[in-house]
Design a protein. Sequence first.
Length: 279
Amino acid sequence: MAARINKPRPLAKFPGSLVLLGAGKMGQAMLEGWLARGLAPKKIIVLEPQPGKAVKALARRGLKLNPKHPTQASATVIAVKPQSAAEALPALRGYAGKTTLAVSIMAGRTLSFLQESLPSGAAIVRAMPNTPAAIGRGITVATPNAYVSPRQRKQASELLAAIGSVEWVRDEALMDAVTAVSGSGPAYVFLLAEAMAQAGIAAGLPAELAARLARETVAGSGELLHRSDLDAATLRENVTSPGGTTAAALTVLVGSGGFDELLTQAIAAATRRSRELAG
């Protein structure tokens, strides 16, 4: 796996035009990230049948919204829901040529599916971001097809880095496990906060205080993990005094039938489901 990209280069010198197919939550997060990194609105084409106020406002600044006359773009980013792919992808005709890079963030849609829907020999990157992309703190894992050049891979990295860190894998089969760990992962963290709050209430805390303690503890711990050079195991050990309260709790959470075993089972179930959905 390649090194993480933490400091994306500005996009002010992006060559040609960039097409965004789908301006839902993830599409808008990417759009905001590109603009924040200097990509001029006039270089962006958005294809979205129901554009929101933010996209319409950008259209008044030069962004092209659903133009009638397509021209070949340097890159296209496919951000529609996977179940809408078959009816949405034809909109790229006229924009996607043989030299156009296509980046898809549709969950479960394989490189094979995309290759059947795009021009023959198209350079395609399949990517899996997660919801913290909404605040620029996501992580995306990407895999290329055989037609992606080193230059296009770098270009894809720069586009994806607008919403957070980027990792690459060569084996597309790993994308199912990626989906299970990072794609679905935010739900596991939110469940942890939810369960901690409920447990706090059961221990006698007022509901509002329990919810706030759980939220801030999960958020703060995540930020500490993000900033620290220490791994998660070491940070956990640093909180755990022998014979103390944390050790008592971890005795329940760790071991046979505990948190780590349950999470392993949960990620295995999500991986299997991802494979089923991909066909």
